[in-house]
Design a binder for this molecule. Structure first.
Ligand code: IVH
Length: 724
């Protein structure tokens, strides 16, 4: 099993613990997508010593428990693991084995008994009616066949039917429907109780508020009195890539893994922030189910119910009857991974029959009727040729590993961006080292460890620069962040990246303004800020190295054209703090003009953004040099195209929202109003056209009534939109 000869042994005693490499490195794949994707990580392989003495075992158990508790905290509470699942499971299995061999050392509260815990303390807790268990995991064909043999023996029959499903890599949730209505969504938590994340889950567009009772053919679906549906909230890979592309363009650190990003997103306090990322959900099981007399008889039947209820279920699953069939279904699924649109980290094999499941029951951790099979990551070894440090447009310093090109799962890996200074130091990655590159699960390649056995004797620890490599300004560490930034707003590297972003086709799209021309413009001092682009004259361009008459003219007409780009492209292109394409579009719909945006208050922004984003934006716009970018653009003739509402039934109408709506989140309702040409305001006045009132409406509803403003409810709003 050991493929990483990384542990050190001294005099027969193991000292491998401190060699756990907890690196988060981002590998840039030279593929068509060329997205710099990110990391998982890795713990150095631990070479099991032959039965260490009791003292040593006890010490090792102690260390393992501490390590595991540390990784649990990172994984479940912070959604930012430092090591891969495989490495983590290895630690847990080692601990379980030692505890079994030396039972006297077991304390009863060992993490090897626990399921992990994702409770954050930031949400109300809710107790599951039925516990949410974990799954036993297997990593080899033999493990999986062992599961088949065990069940066959236990049930005393060999005509069992199994289903093989994808093992989705997201966050486990329990969504309760009572009499067909969604009432609650709760994370697994500690398996007994979890965080109530209902408001956040409701931002998931594919999660129905109600179970469909009428089948399309006119017949009626059975709807249980109560069902705890068990499933996974995950980030579709396309959405993960979109977010990372955006961050890459913005010179921001990339997200490491779709699972961590999904978990981090779902644990945000403001549902509007959650709604900015298009999470998805899938259902693969159930907990409590009443009346029990109506329980599905098989997993296949359950999947059919999920579809009939209009819920997102499995697109496909296979059925198997023998160990061979199970193994080939798992392998076939493994081969299909590159085509999948969602993150998976393995397959789950389940006994199909529900009565037989009840017969075999569960252990403390996991049902006996199911087994996960974790896919092994593709892996390669290559040399780290250099570590370069890039400066992003916000000044963020990102270390990049330059690798000897190596083939890995269909693409050539040549660069790896190391997350930050601390990660390099902690894992002691050195130039000249041979490193392991892995593609775990799906698209994500990562550098997961160092082959210290091949370390050149002359190698030296990497020293992170204390000054910006571009402008030599002393770098600063931002409070609460591990990253360091160059604080110089005139830093040429930052300026280059800002201009590059603004000119990119994702923003105002200035064709012909490539990196070389941008470099020349910045170096010659012709461009000191974005608006200077619109001050460029033909002569000035011709004076640049490598710019001929033709390209100068092309660039000038591209600049002219870009003055009329859509408003949201300017908003996004300006690189306002925390504003990606989604918020940029919403801001454009809300403010219609750049000067209106520049004059807006935090309260105005809060109709579209969360309180913290609104405050960050106002603080940014209050800095004179930031504000003057907008005023200069306008004075230079920039006239962004105002957004065209998709429908106009609410053109110019001012809405005020109050109370809790039965189905729509506030953000959803606002988005619908804005899309129909309406506006949303925070307070009721004579200018208000409609008050959209939900449950618990108070003062605003009273104000509406006393001013004679029309009050509508959600149903009326939706009706109006439908009519249109
Ligand atoms: S069944 C009682 N089916 O994997 C066991 N779990 O590592 C219920 N998971 O906690 C789980 N895909 O979050 C099941 N098709 C699938 C799954 C799946 C992903 C997750 C789930 C579970 C974890 C265990």
């Amino acid at each position: 099993m050991s493929t990483f000869p990384v542990s050190l042994r001294a005099g027969g005693r193991m000292v491998g613990i401190s060699t756990h490499v907890r690196t988060l490195l981002t590998v840039v794949v030279m593929s068509a997508m060329a997205i710099a994707a990110a990391s998982s990580a890795f713990a150095a392989e631990f070479i099991a010593a032959a039965s260490p003495a009791v003292g040593e075992a006890r010490a090792r158990i102690h260390v393992l428990r501490r390590e595991i508790a540390h990784h649990d905290e990172l994984y479940y509470k912070k959604s930012a693991p430092e090591i891969s699942d495989v490495a983590y499971d290895r630690l847990k299995r080692e601990l379980a084995a030692l505890e079994k061999e030396f039972p006297a050392s077991a304390t009863g509260d060992s993490p090897s008994d626990s399921l992990g815990d994702d409770r954050t303390g930031a949400f109300p807790l809710y107790r599951h009616r039925e516990r949410m268990l974990s799954l036993d995991k297997s990593y080899s064909e033999a493990d999986l066949r062992g599961f088949y043999t065990r069940l066959t023996k236990r049930l005393g029959r060999n005509d069992l039917v199994y289903v093989v499903e994808p093992k989705f890599d997201g966050l486990a949730v329990s969504v309760t429907y009572e009499r067909g209505k969604l009432v609650r969504a709760v994370t697994r938590g500690n398996g007994i109780e979890g965080d109530d994340i209902t408001a956040n889950a409701l931002t998931i567009r594919t999660l129905p508020r109600e179970l469909r009772a009428a089948a399309p053919d006119g017949s009626t679906n059975f709807v249980p009195d109560l069902i705890e549906l068990r499933g996974e909230i995950y980030l579709p890979l396309a959405e993960f890539n979109r977010i990372n592309h955006e961050r890459e363009a913005a010179g921001e650190a990339l997200f490491a893994h779709p699972r961590n990003l999904a978990a981090g997103t779902l644990k945000q306090q403001d549902p509007r922030e959650v709604a900015m990322r298009k999470l998805a959900i899938v259902f693969y099981g159930w907990g409590a189910y009443t009346p029990v007399t109506e329980l599905p008889a098989t997993q296949s039947e359950f999947h059919a119910h999920v579809r009939a209820w209009g819920l997102p279920g499995l697109a496909s699953f296979s059925t198997a009857r023998t160990a061979d069939e199970i193994w080939s279904a798992v392998q076939a699924f493994d081969r299909s991974r590159p085509q999948l649109a969602f993150p998976v980290d393995g397959a789950v094999v389940k006994l199909d029959s529900v009565p037989l499941r009840n017969e075999v029951g569960a252990t403390e951790h996991a049902p006996r009727w199911a087994m996960a099979y974790k896919f092994s990551p593709d892996r390669a070894e290559t040399q780290l040729l250099a570590i370069t440090v890039q400066v992003g447009r916000t000044g963020l310093l990102t270390p990049v590993a330059e690798l000897a090109p190596v083939r890995l799962a269909g693409s050539t890996i040549a660069r790896a961006s190391l997350h930050n200074r601390e990660e390099i130091a902690r894992s002691d990655i050195r130039v000249g080292d041979f490193v392991y590159v892995e593609k775990a699960g799906e698209i994500i390649p990562a550098i997961v460890g160092v082959n210290t056995a091949r370390r050149p004797v002359t190698s030296q620890a990497f020293v992170f620069p204390v000054a910006c490599p571009a402008c030599q300004t002393a770098v600063v560490r931002v409070a609460g962040e591990t990253a360091v930034r160059c604080p110089n707003p005139d830093c040429p590297a930052q300026l280059r990246r800002r201009v590059q972003h603004f000119a990119s086709d994702a923003c105002v799209d200035i064709g012909g303004l490539g990196p070389a021309v941008i470099d020349a413009l910045v170096e010659s001092g012709r461009v000191k800020a974005i608006p200077d682009l619109y001050r460029l004259k033909r002569d000035g361009l011709l004076a640049l190295n490598g710019v001929g008459a033709k390209s100068a003219d092309r660039l000038l007409s591209a600049l002219e054209r870009s003055k009329h780009a859509e408003l949201w492209r300017f908003i996004y292109g300006l690189g306002l703090p925390q504003i990606g394409t989604v918020s940029a579009k919403e801001l454009a719909r809300r403010f219609h003009k750049l000067d209106a945006l520049a004059a807006a208050t935090a309260e105005d922004f809060s109709a579209v953004l969360s309180a913290s984003s609104s405050a960050a934006l106002v603080a940014y716009l209050n800095v004179p040099r930031n504000r003057s970018v907008i005023t200069d653009l306008l004075s230079l003739g920039v006239q962004p195209a105002a957004p065209v509402a998709t429908t106009t039934i609410f053109a110019g109408k001012v809405f005020v929202l109050t109370g809790t709506l039965p189905h729509l989140t506030r953000a959803d309702a606002e988005a619908k109003i804005l899309a129909a040409g309406g506006k949303v305001s925070g307070s009721v006045s004579r200018k208000t056209d409609y008050v959209l009132a939900g449950e618990g409406s108070g003062a605003k509803l009273d104000a509406a009534r006393s001013l004679g403003v029309t009050v509508i409810d959600e149903a009326a709003l939706l009706e109006r939109l439908r009519e249109n």
